[in-house]
Design a protein around this ligand. Structure first.
Ligand code: NAP
Length: 512
């Protein structure tokens, strides 16, 4: 077996994995490999190429603090611009020589005697992969990367074109077709207005109406861009202003949902502005508290729903047939192209099925029983030297995930620095610390609108626990992850057992 030995194996080359690569490199931890299932960097911004894809967090904040970009064209950047930004940062980072693309993790198993992870990979597309022996594994696999197809009877029998929003088929021409979109979440409300004028007819299948407030987007003028580029400190000041304005939303989500009533009024006014028909207005008016699900932003969604060639279908879907969709009232609607905008596997991360810890138990088994949890969203008891970025309870509804990513990466790099300085072979968070962390988060969750707002959402797992979102301010998270805290970890010395997989290092393998 050809085994490559590395210090650190990073999984995923999106915002998280790239940030880890850059910060590892800067910290002198240069013996690492980043494996990525796709054929380029970008993660979710590489995969989600659907028409209208854009970020609903301002780009000045939704970017790395260490790689400011004065050239964003709009306050909320479109997907191609964000992907181009990630590619540019990757190109300029000098780390791409350690990225291995088109590679899937088959499994990762902790070898306690050797104090190392054995990670088997496969080529994406079935080809043979490499096995890595790594001291640490850093997962940047993301929480919104595995498309979730709805369990609707007959879906496999559909004879037309069918694809998920995150796997858009650009070979399918929608012009003049009867198109159906299932789902009305963040992806759908961007897709619907982007395709409505092109298609012959559009059916939007809505199970739960979302709250959609106006999108205060605008194009930056040349003068503004020049000022951001040339005036020292201006871009950083601008970013800080956006950060604190967004942070001001936190109490409404986490403590006092009544504070969000003005936003609720704005959303209802957005409906009245975009839709004249009282029946359609009623159909798209949510019946729960704003903030319970992600608050969406659009100026074009409601006018698209109100267009003559669009119907909003609220009757539950009974089945999908080879030619279309039948709803519970018995109505059959013909469909040429079926767009599945039903979201992602968020509370059962697929990576957990592939990781087996010190006691020989898969992570998915542990999380299935008690729900996803990780100390500081990063470390899990029984899984030494495994670090998550964008792990459990690190998601946000109001601000930039890149801020959370940078916080976690800084914590992980500090852990590695401590391990090297102290001669630790492994660090494993104690079960007590992990449980106390989770108990505190779940206690805080009770007061949040996500739990009390009267809706079901992808934030909640099958036990009804919110294992996805961070229920405090982002600066509190920054504080929690400011430095590694070895006192809640069990540490082991470097193994005296010979690394059973001692083979060429990644650099030797690449250069041979
Ligand atoms: P989502 O928010 O989970 O929305 C899925 C939609 O599909 C919901 O309307 C859901 O209805 C519906 N649905 C699910 N299963 C269904 C079924 N069996 N039958 C009928 N309807 C069904 O997914 P998403 O829109 O892809 O967005 C996921 C997340 O990605 C977002 O919350 C956000 O965090 C991120 N995102 C961000 C941006 C951005 O601008 N930054 C853009 C896109 C996505 P229910 O509400 O009834 O469950």
């Amino acid at each position: 077996m050809n085994v490559i030995s590395v210090d650190h194996l990073v999984i995923g080359a999106g915002f998280a994995g790239l940030c880890a690569a850059i910060k590892l490199d800067q910290a002198g931890e240069r013996d690492f490999v980043v494996i990525e299932k796709g054929s380029d960097v970008g993660g979710t911004w590489r995969d989600n190429t659907y028409p209208g894809a854009a970020c609903d967090v301002p780009s000045q904040l939704y970017s790395y603090s260490f790689a400011p970009n004065p050239d964003w064209s709009m306050s909320f950047s479109p997907q191609p611009e964000i992907l181009a930004y990630i590619k540019r940062v990757a190109d300029e980072s000098g780390t791409l020589d350690r990225f291995v693309f088109d590679t899937l993790v088959e499994d990762a198993t902790w070898d306690d005697a050797a104090q190392r992870w054995t990670v088997r990979t496969a080529g994406n597309g079935g080809g043979e992969g490499t096995t890595y022996s790594a001291r640490t594994v850093i997962s940047g696999a993301g929480g919104l990367s595995a498309p979730k197809l709805p369990e609707i009877s007959g879906i496999d029998s559909f004879a037309g074109e069918l694809f998920h929003s995150a796997e858009w088929d650009h070979d399918v021409d929608l012009s003049g077709k009867r198109v159906a979109v299932i789902g009305t979440g963040a992806s759908s409300i961007q897709i619907v207005p982007a395709i409505q004028e092109k298609v012959a007819h559009l059916d939007v299948y809505q199970r739960t109406a979302p709250y959609v407030i106006p999108r205060n987007d605008r194009r930056y003028s040349r003068l503004e861009k020049l000022a951001l580029q040339k005036v020292p400190g201006l871009q950083s000041l601008y970013r800080t202003g956006i950060y604190w304005a967004r942070e001001g939303y936190v109490p409404a989500f986490t403590m006092a949902p009544r504070l969000a009533l003005p936003a609720q009024k704005m959303a209802l006014a957005n409906i009245r502005k975009g839709i004249k028909d009282p029946a359609l207005r009623a159909a798209v008016t949510p019946d729960y508290q704003i903030g319970c699900k992600r608050i969406l932003i659009s100026n074009t969604y409601y006018p698209a729903l109100a267009a003559d060639n669009c119907d909003v279908v609220t009757d539950p879907i009974a089945e999908i047939t080879p030619t279309g969709i039948v709803t519970a009232d018995g109505t059959a609607r013909d469909v040429d192209v079926l767009i599945i905008a039903t979201g992602f596997h968020t509370t059962e991360l697929p990576i957990a099925e592939k990781v087996t810890g010190r006691s020989g138990r898969p992570l998915a088994e542990k999380w299935n029983e008690s729900g996803m949890s990780a100390y500081k969203g990063t470390a899990v008891a029984d899984f030494p030297n495994l670090f998550f970025i964008v792990g459990p309870n690190t998601g946000l509804g109001h601000s930039s995930m890149v801020f959370m990513i940078e916080s976690q990466v800084s914590y992980i790099v500090d852990a590695l620095r401590t391990m090297r300085a102290e001669g630790h072979g492994s660090v494993e968070v104690t079960a007590a610390a992990e449980q106390a962390w989770s108990a505190d988060l779940q206690r805080r969750m009770k007061r949040t609108v996500w739990s009390s707002g009267g809706c079901a959402s992808w934030y909640l797992d099958k036990h009804g626990n919110n294992t996805t979102l961070w229920p405090r301010s982002t600066f509190a998270f920054r504080g929690e992850t400011a430095s590694f805290d070895p006192e809640v970890y069990t540490v082991s010395a470097v193994s005296t057992t010979q690394n059973p997989h001692a083979g060429p290092t990644q650099r030797e393998a690449v250069s041979s």
